[in-house]
Ligand binder design. Structure first.
Ligand code: 3HC
Length: 699
């Protein structure tokens, strides 16, 4: 019987002669919460006090090494011992102390390894310092010990990208000392023996000096200043790594202060909301039920959307039958899929060796009957209800019983589409975002009669495609496009009333959007919004202030944005420049409508835009189109380029507060009472003091 001493629930010591093994066991990902920290500190202290073991090896049980600090503890009062202190105790151990890393060692997990005297990796491992994705920086020695091993440029890259580094790269860059295969405990025993034999050298990382590299630091600092001026932690990462050339204790102090400062920013709160939100959206009973098996998928439509969807499925290893009505359309579809896969190879998402085999899983066809054997059909033809109904009527007779019939419609009534079949239980909306093989959002639109296992299949598919599946109810535009249709009018009203499109774009880019709404319109094609406005012209509320005058006139010139070389901006080589003709159009529209332009500050623009977004988002939660506020937040983060560090529109709303939002709505309503109506949910929240975060917990 092995001699195992349980230090606490999550840490144990196994003594094997001269060797002591410390095992970390905190499923599912061995996060270093308080119990792990305390146990590690106690175990190392005790073994040093006993002074009988001649080597200590730390390994972890389960599927992975340590995934980092316990993120659920962030934002709460810190519980000692702090991670950096535990790692200092480990590094100071007079008995050689090594770690065995399998699965992923992320954040505090990698920092744990760096504090040991040698690291043995198990094949397949990935290491990273992803704290930047949480609005933080490595706070337990990562910015100090990593550059000592890898040099400053590599450490800057790892900390600023947050990327995961594979086993080979980790070995080449000195992060691990040895790469082997095997079970973590067995490897720990063998490696410990190698330390005893003298075949695995050990040393304290603090004894290694960081090679100074002022150029890399200065260049990176300048790049961040230009590209991410509004972000907090990236700049702190550079400062902390710069401090790694001095004594470890001094550098750790700089890192600690920077970590505490980052922890106190709203950016950290927003990004941690994003981390848990991404997981919460599929943490609902409907997503967890039994799903239907999907081994083969049919995609109808070889346009940009259909080809992107087909690419996404192929990249997940699922064979696709692509259907088009005419040969030229089919050829275009095949060409687009081929181009997408080549792009995936160049981005490192698909290995060059697998490219041909992946493309070979695409079987193009002009015959709908070829969909008889697929398990799921995704229709991605243009947005016309009659065309969709006709297709679903045909699928009803062609597809095998139990096949899932999905529409990629971005706003049409999925109940009406389902009614074109005699198997409404098999019909669902699967709304992808363009480019579908890149964008991570998938709205799973549940119609009245959609069967539970079809809904679960939608979530299972999202997972296979590495997408974030969010449940949405049926309404015009579902969650995302419905909210977009509402708040995008604000940008137009601001321009009509005095702002320039460039000012609106710049203000919102300053807020954190990658592109302002006019640049997005130019990129997507202004004709899309034009068609929508025409479609909705007859049903438009007569009391609504029309928002499309300027955009309509731009489109009447045939200027649809990037694809025609001009829209709000002119696209020649180099950066886009504002289109002077648009300024004339705006002046003309204002003159016709008797509008005297006024001044808006950038903050006015942000406040109005965000308040409009929050209003419709609140209504979407109120009427159940979205199950919870976090579902809306994730739709915007993963489908609409909402800045991750703001957490999503409703997380951001909590930072303003319902009462302040109502005050704003009242102020704006003086100008346009029809548009600026307070959602009942916000009124209730202001009255009873609840927040969107409370609603997330309650759901
Ligand atoms: N703390 C607390 N919970 C965590 C966690 C962490 N660090 N990492 C993952 N979890 C939870 C997830 O929320 C999820 O919970 P749920 O089942 O209730 O939804 C569960 O563990 C499993 O996680 P995943 O679903 O993400 O499992 P995967 O196998 O897909 O991925 C992983 C595993 C790659 C480890 C991924 O979870 C991950 O990237 N985790 C975060 C890693 C990270 O950011 N670490 C840095 C933390 S900050 C830090 O260390 C600060 C330090 O420098 C002081």
């Amino acid at each position: 019987m092995p001699d195992i001493e349980q230090i606490n629930d999550q840490i144990s010591i196994e003594r094997q002669g001269d060797i002591a093994l410390i095992c970390i066991n905190n499923p599912p990902v061995n996060a270093s919460g308080q119990i792990v920290r305390q146990g590690l500190q106690d175990a190392v202290t005790r073994l040093n006090a006993e002074n009988t073991a001649r080597v200590i090896a730390i390994y972890a049980a389960g599927r992975t090494f340590v995934a980092g600090a316990d993120i659920t503890e962030f934002g709460k009062p810190p519980q000692p011992p702090a991670l950096p202190d535990v790692f200092n105790v480990m590094e100071a151990s007079t008995i050689p102390l090594i770690s065995v890393i399998h699965g992923t060692a992320l954040g505090g997990g990698l920092e744990l390894g760096l504090a040991t005297h040698a690291r043995v990796g198990i094949e397949g491992l990935r290491v990273g310092l992803p704290e930047i994705n949480l609005g933080l920086l490595p706070g337990a020695g990562g910015t100090q010990r990593l550059p000592r091993l890898t040099g400053i440029p590599f450490a800057l890259d790892m900390c600023l990208s947050g990327r995961q580094v594979g086993a080979k790269e980790a070995l080449e860059n000195g992060i691990i000392d040895l790469l082997v295969s095997g079970d973590p405990r067995d490897v720990a025993l063998t490696a410990a023996q190698q330390v005893l034999d003298g075949t695995l050298p050990t040393r304290r990382t603090s004894e290694v000096e960081t090679q100074p590299d002022d150029n890399a630091l200065a260049e990176t600092a300048a790049m961040l200043k230009a590209k991410q001026p509004h972000m907090f932690s990236p700049h702190k990462i550079v400062e902390a790594i710069a401090a790694s050339t001095g004594p470890l204790a001094d550098g750790l102090k700089v890192e600690r202060q920077a970590f505490i400062d980052s922890m106190n920013t709203p950016q950290r709160a927003g990004m941690i909301h994003a981390f848990f939100g991404e997981r919460a959206v599929s943490n609902i009973p409907e997503a967890k039920g039994p799903a239907r098996e999907i081994a083969k998928i049919g995609v109808i439509g070889g346009g940009t959307m259909g080809s992107g969807i087909a690419t996404s499925c192929l990249l997940a290893g699922i064979p696709v039958r692509l259907i088009e009505v005419a040969q030229d359309g089919l050829d275009r579809g095949i060409a687009t899929v081929t181009k997408n896969l080549d792009g995936a190879v160049s981005r490192g998402k698909l290995s060059p060796e697998k490219r041909d085999a992946t493309l070979a899983m695409l079987t193009p066809s002009l015959v709908m009957d070829d969909l008889a054997d697929v398990d799921l059909v995704i229709e991605a033809v243009f947005e016309n209800m009659d065309v969709k109904k006709d297709i679903f009527g045909k699928l009803n007779t062609i597809c095998k019983p139990g096949a899932i019939l999905a529409s990629n419609t971005s706003y049409l009534d999925v109940n009406e589409i389902a009614a074109a079949t005699t198997r409404a239980q098999d019909v669902i909306g699967l709304h992808f975002f363009s480019p579908a093989h890149v964008m991570r959002l998938l709205e799973i639109v549940v119609a009245d009669k959609t069967a539970p296992d079809v809904v679960a299949s939608g979530f299972a598919l999202a997972k296979r495609l590495k997408k974030v599946g969010v449940r949405a109810g049926v309404c015009d535009g579902f969650i995302g496009n419905r909210i977009l249709a509402h708040y995008s009018k604000t940008a137009s009203y601001l321009v009509l009333d005095g702002a320039t499109p460039q000012q609106v774009d710049a203000a919102l880019e300053g807020f954190g959007f990658a592109m302002g709404p006019h640049k997005v319109g130019d990129l997507a094609g202004l004709d899309i919004g034009w068609m929508t406005r025409k479609r909705k012209a007859e049903t438009r509320d007569p009391n609504e202030r029309y928002a499309g005058d300027v955009a309509d006139r731009i489109c009447e010139h045939g200027w649809f944005g990037r694809k025609t070389g001009q829209g709000y901006y002119i696209y020649n080589a180099g950066a886009p420049i504002p289109n002077p003709e648009v300024a004339n159009i705006i002046d003309a529209v204002r003159a016709e409508k008797g509008i005297t332009p006024r001044t808006f500050t950038d903050q006015d623009i942000i406040d109005r835009y965000m308040t409009a977004m929050i209003c419709e988002a609140a209504r979407v939660v109120e009427d159940g189109t979205a199950r919870r506020p976090v579902d809306v937040d994730m739709v915007f983060l993963f489908g609409y380029g909402f800045p991750r560090h703001r957490g999503g529109p409703l997380h951001y709303a909590d930072t303003i507060g319902a009462a302040e939002l109502l005050t704003r709505i009242k102020t704006y309503a003086v100008e346009d009472a029809n548009y600026w109506q307070a959602p009942a949910l916000l009124e209730k929240m202001a009255a009873d003091g609840t927040t969107f975060a409370d609603l997330n917990k309650g759901a």
